[in-house]
Design a protein around this ligand. Structure first.
Ligand code: 16G
Ligand code: ZN
Length: 531
């Protein structure tokens, strides 16, 4: 490592005095103007990680659904998954090291991880549409350059697209081609094949319309690029495309989910199917309003349910021994868990918030469907399941079974298995709705959500709250869980939990009950207990 060069360049990306940041659930996130040194240093870390794994590593510059003034960065591991927890630690140490400590911290990482500095390295870089992202990604490149690493800058891409590129590159093209063209072609081919298997849409209209709120972000650009690959049966209409308004401002998947109301900038007629992406297009929620102007949100739980129904019907025909499960977090609506377990007889597992926990658990099954209620999710197919499905699709003599296997095969190709992907999920959902002849109302009616409320409170130190049982119970401070238990008992069909946020300096409160008034009241009472 050329420490002289590092010493010379590092002051060009100075760390603001006293600033300490943490690599959180989805990397570093804060105001963009505080992140230049972090970006530069993540360039270093990506090179070291690439050498340590002898694989290509990704660096994505984005702050997802956060305000336009924020930014963030996260590293992507070789199979397109989130960064290894040990390296999250290193990332924090490196980001917070004072100038004169940099050499020591880097040497320690190299020693602990036995990094061979003579090895080659390759880093893929991507960024969202924030005004600050271009300059910040240039700082990542500066860091890579100083360590003599190779890089490829994909420029403007969605987060899931960069995860996809990293996975393609490290599997020597087995997962697909590591280009945007390759991504669009793979998804479009699978989507067109699936749509072909659908009978004409139940509405009688030969075209299916979908209105998309793009959160004024990257999703709009990428959907425009992809549109020419779509079959003519599907017509998408883009709103909040970033040409007029600010990123994530009063729109996007997070806004719609949290406020349970439509985004600004999308004119919605009764019973029209609409959806919202978030700022880096890794989340999606659907919604519509009925003829009485009542807003219906179809969140990640209902997406998971729709996908599970579809997959289960096919798996029963193709190969009954394949084990399917759904992975959720504590935020999953109680009605969804109940429907999946009791009506569908699908095992459901609850894990801690954050994609890496869901992804990890879903890997245990032949078919692991995971979704957070906020709309982030995907489906993972084990190697064994994929091999079996492809074999049946090719060799099976019975037409019905072979057709079912072919649908599953196309689903495998259509879903982005590296991470939740709003564009890929949207195509999966559109295909399933078309294949099942479902309207958005029929989908919504699968089960009725329990009324719920999400609140956040500011406390002196959110880390004093310790949780267990996949964040559903608190173990600290003493007495808090007993208070919550007593409050929950006051309401029918109720449930409540609190957890420290992994992305903001706040504590989140979630409550569910038989009526909206009760859910609101319970959430409020729990928030008072937290203070
Ligand atoms: C991050 C997570 C998301 C999670 C959210 C929770 C990833 C890629 N993203 O955005 O999955 O739902 O954090 O935020 O893991 P919170 O801890 O502030 O509630
Ligand atoms: Zn996101």
């Amino acid at each position: 490592m050329d420490f002289e060069a590092i010493k010379k360049c590092s002051p060009l990306h100075p760390k603001p005095a006293g600033l300490a940041l943490q690599y959180g659930t989805a990397g570093f996130r804060t105001k963009a103007e505080r992140l230049d040194h972090v970006m530069f240093r993540m360039g270093f870390l990506a090179v070291l990680r690439s050498k340590a794994t002898a694989a290509t590593i990704g660096v994505m510059v984005t702050a997802s659904h956060n305000p336009e003034e924020d930014n963030g960065v996260k590293l992507i591991d070789p199979h397109g998954e989130m960064l290894h927890p040990l390296w999250e630690e290193y990332a924090t140490q490196l980001a917070n090291a004072e100038e004169q400590e940099l050499q020591k911290v880097m040497t320690e990482i190299c020693q602990k991880e036995a990094v061979d500095l003579h090895k080659d390295s390759l880093v893929f870089i991507g960024r969202d549409t924030r005004p600050s992202s271009k300059k910040l990604s240039q700082s990542v490149i500066d860091g890579i350059f100083i360590l003599g690493g190779q890089y490829h800058d994909y420029g403007l891409v969605t987060t899931p697209q960069l995860h996809y590129m990293v996975c393609c590159q490290n599997t020597q093209g087995q997962y697909g081609k590591a280009t945007l063209e390759g991504y669009y072609q793979k998804l479009a081919k699978a989507f067109v094949e699936l749509i072909k298997q659908a009978n004409s849409p139940s509405s009688g209209d030969s075209q299916r319309h979908l209105k998309i709120d793009c959160a004024n972000g990257i999703g709009a650009l990428k959907l425009m690029e992809m549109e020419r690959y779509f079959p003519k049966e599907v017509l998408i209409h883009l709103y909040n495309d970033g040409t007029k308004e600010k990123l994530n401002h009063l729109c996007g998947a997070d806004y719609v989910k949290v406020h349970q109301k439509p985004p600004r900038g999308l004119d919605m007629k009764p019973n029209e199917r609409c959806c919202s992406l978030d700022g880096d297009a890794d989340r999606i929620v659907y919604y519509y309003k009925d003829t009485t102007d009542h807003f219906h949100l179809i969140d990640g739980d209902k997406i998971a349910t729709l996908i599970s129904i579809f997959l289960k019907e096919l798996l029963v025909k193709v190969e009954q021994t394949l084990k399917m499960a759904v992975v959720q977090t504590a935020y999953a609506n109680g009605s969804s868990t109940r429907y999946l377990e009791e009506t569908m007889k699908v095992p459901v597992h609850c894990v801690k918030t954050g994609v890496k926990h869901l992804h990890h658990k879903a890997q245990e099954f032949d078919v692991g469907v995971y979704f957070e209620a906020n709309g982030h999710g995907t489906v993972l197919f084990s190697k064994a399941a994929e091999t079996k499905i492809r074999q049946v699709a090719k060799e099976e003599k019975d037409d019905e079974i072979r057709e079912a296997a072919k649908m599953l095969e196309n689903m495998i190709d259509l879903i982005n298995q590296t991470i939740g992907d709003a564009i890929s999920d949207m195509l999966v959902i559109e295909a399933i709705l078309a294949l099942k002849g479902f309207t958005v109302q029929q989908w919504d009616a699968i089960y009725t959500d329990l009324p719920n409320r999400l609140l956040k409170v500011q406390v002196a130190d959110r880390q004093v709250i310790g949780t267990t049982d996949a964040e559903r119970r608190v173990v600290a401070p003493p007495g808090l869980q007993e208070k919550i238990d007593a409050l929950v008992k006051k309401y029918k069909s109720s449930r409540a939990f609190v957890r420290p946020s992994g992305t903001e300096d706040i504590v989140r409160i979630y409550a569910e009950a038989d009526t909206q008034e009760n859910a609101d009241a319970l959430a409020h009472e729990v928030s008072l207990a937290v203070y």
